[in-house]
Design a protein around this ligand. Structure first.
Ligand code: ADP
Length: 600
């Protein structure tokens, strides 16, 4: 498919016609300096426009683009939208209701969303018969757990104003993480990756088994790393202090933090890392400090994110600085031996990324953690996401419904642990079969002891397994006093342990307590029918009387041994008021998923 990708920003419009299969850019146009000397650049030529209203300039640019595009078939347009708030967790076809929501979200991104929206409106008028897709910078971070997305502010105030951490650069973080996983020959959902997008804007993400669980930008793109002109993290008390001492107005503070700080403020000369590196090598102390503060902040976050995920398999560097600067990569990645990341200085210096070779590994061969430089391509990613959605929108949902079952807390047990708890040679006895073939609820129960409380009579599910695993709900976690991660069954590394008490003994488990990731069991035949594969993540819509609920982030598990069934835990079942015989439907199109239903 050929998708025209548009990025309508504060002073420029960037457009690219991209072939989503080859990844090639067929045509590029930019409208720059919209605020002082508007100029259009296209196909190696450029010409100036008369300075007039933003809308008129955009119309002229798109008109020109249309003329240039006539040789190519266009299948749709993909628009970059900065803020999707809580409403959009994936790309969406832009209908009137979507435009209105993007417009409402201007309160969270006043500098970006209105300009993105204007670009959409002008493009819709220029290409009225085409599908227009919005792809959001925030969407990839919609999986941030509450603990990571919540600011310690009064709850009511935060809720009223939508104050929480959203994260940005999501398209880039997701894209480079996927390329990194492909390069490592592994499924992204088997890896813990830290991605560092170091461009003019800078942010990092902790991507645990394919989901963003932490990111450095927050409610706005101002939080986190030192950037070209943005300060990143500062003590918020400084603002209060400065307001009085430096007589700064709110717009003065805004200008200070967004435009005069970061590398520009520290160095006093430039927001461009290339200039700073050059001056630093000539002896400029301010530039030296700018480099140090920049790299120090990234290192600090790497340590924090490794701790957040309980380990890391790869650290990815991208963006103009991350892709091109061996010096900065060196400053960030040296002395990470303690966490198993060993930089190979020669390989780091030799990194040269291109469209054909977008990934370079610059770790020592024996480094446990891989260090990767990856060329990001947000335009291609937006084009691919748009093309996928356009293909999906054309499908009709004739798929069978999926039975939904609520799974109560339970334990999977090893034979060894069983014998410690119930006596030598003990065998599980079947109380009743479970819907998954071969599985049964046993007569045997155990008591689970946490630091705070004990839950009695937790049922063991048979047959015995190779690892102990206790699956509890969020409510159970707080009752027991255990902080369990959301995991798919079988993934117990770095999970907390607990004490398990049986009639003949007690066992202290070092790991094994998880909160099960909502999932669907299915056979390979079902998977072919639903056109999904093992470990895909889907959305399921459950019609429940008056209300419909869409469960995002549902994991697909495929095995010939399974029977088609979606499993959610008791908390989720209660929240959704789901009773027996509930049925879910696989959500195929973004229209089905959004705006018409409440999302969980
Ligand atoms: P944006 O965030 O606007 O997309 P980029 O990702 O293109 O920006 O990054 C631009 C920044 O990358 C420049 O401001 C510059 O600081 C930095 N950069 C580009 N090439 C190099 C290089 N060879 N060495 C150091 N920094 C570089």
């Amino acid at each position: 498919m050929n998708i025209l990708v548009l990025n309508s920003g504060s002073s420029s419009l960037k457009a690219a016609l991209i072939d989503t299969v080859s990844g090639n850019t067929r045509l590029e146009l930019s409208l720059e300096r919209m605020l002082d000397q508007p100029i259009i650049k296209c196909k190696g030529t450029s010409f100036n426009l008369v300075l007039e209203g933003r809308k008129k300039l955009l119309e002229k640019a798109l008109d020109h683009l249309k003329g240039q595009c006539s040789d190519h078939e266009i299948h749709g347009l993909g628009h970059r939208v900065v803020h999707g708030g809580e409403a959009f967790s994936q790309p969406i076809l832009i209908e009137d209701e979507v435009e209105k929501t993007i417009s409402d979200l201007a309160k969270l991104a006043p500098l970006h969303n209105p300009l993105n929206l204007l670009g959409i409106q002008v493009a819709k008028a220029a290409f009225p018969s085409m599908p227009h897709i919005a792809v959001f910078d925030t969407a990839f971070h919609c999986t941030l757990p509450k603990r990571a997305r919540t600011y310690a502010l009064p709850k009511e105030l935060a809720e009223r104003h939508g104050i929480r951490r959203y994260g940005f650069h999501g398209t880039s973080h997701a894209y480079v993480a996927e390329l990194a996983a492909q390069h490592l020959g592994q499924d992204l959902r088997q890896l813990n990756i830290i991605t560092c997008h170091l461009g003019n804007g800078c942010s990092m993400a902790a991507i645990e088994y394919g989901r963003s669980v932490e990111t450095s930008m927050g409610m706005t793109p101002l939080e986190g790393l030192v950037m070209g002109t943005r300060s990143g993290d500062i003590d918020p008390g400084i603002l209060i202090y400065l307001k009085d001492r430096a007589d700064l107005t709110l717009s003065g503070l805004d200008d200070l933090l967004n435009k005069q700080s970061g590398l520009k403020g520290l160095s006093g000369i430039s927001n461009d890392m290339r200039d700073i590196i050059e001056k630093a090598s000539e002896g400029d102390e301010d530039c030296r400090l700018a480099m140090q503060v920049f790299a120090h902040r990234v290192r600090k976050y790497i340590g924090a994110y490794a701790a957040t995920m309980g380990g890391v398999d790869a650290i990815v560097f991208t963006g103009g600085i991350g892709e091109n600067s061996a010096v900065i990569r060196h400053r960030i990645a040296q002395r990470l031996d303690f966490m198993g990341a060993l930089i190979n200085e020669d390989k780091n210096t030799d990194v040269e990324l291109s469209h054909e070779n977008p990934v370079a590994d610059f770790a020592m061969n024996h480094s446990r953690v891989r260090l990767l430089a990856v060329k990001t391509n947000e335009q291609l990613s937006i084009a691919q996401q748009s093309a996928k959605l356009i293909a999906e929108e054309n499908k009709v949902n004739t798929l069978p419904p999926i039975p939904v079952a609520i799974s109560a807390r339970h334990m999977h047990i090893t034979q060894e642990t069983l014998e410690e708890l119930f006596g030598k040679g003990y065998q599980l006895t079947e109380k009743k079969p479970l819907s998954q073939p071969g599985q049964f609820a046993a007569n045997e129960t155990v008591n689970i002891v946490g630091p705070k409380n004990t839950i009695e009579r937790v049922r063991i599910l048979g047959p015995v397994r190779s690892k102990n695993q206790i699956e509890i709900s969020r409510t159970d976690e707080f009752f027991l006093g255990i902080d369990a991660p959301i995991r798919e069954s079988g993934k117990v590394v770095n999970s907390p342990g607990c004490v398990v008490v049986g009639p003949k003994g007690k066992v202290t488990l070092n790991e094994g307590v998880i909160c099960a990731w909502r999932h669907i069991h299915m056979t390979p035949e079902d998977a072919a029918l639903f056109q999904v594969k093992d470990r895909d993540i889907v959305e399921i819509k459950i019609e429940n009387g008056e209300r419909s609920l869409t469960f995002g982030n549902v994991l697909i598990r495929v095995s010939p041994k399974y029977k088609l069934e979606m499993h959610i835990d008791t908390d989720e079942g209660n929240a959704a008021e789901i009773g027996r015989n509930a049925m879910g439907a696989l959500v195929l199109t973004s229209k089905e998923a959004h705006l018409k239903s409440r999302r969980i």
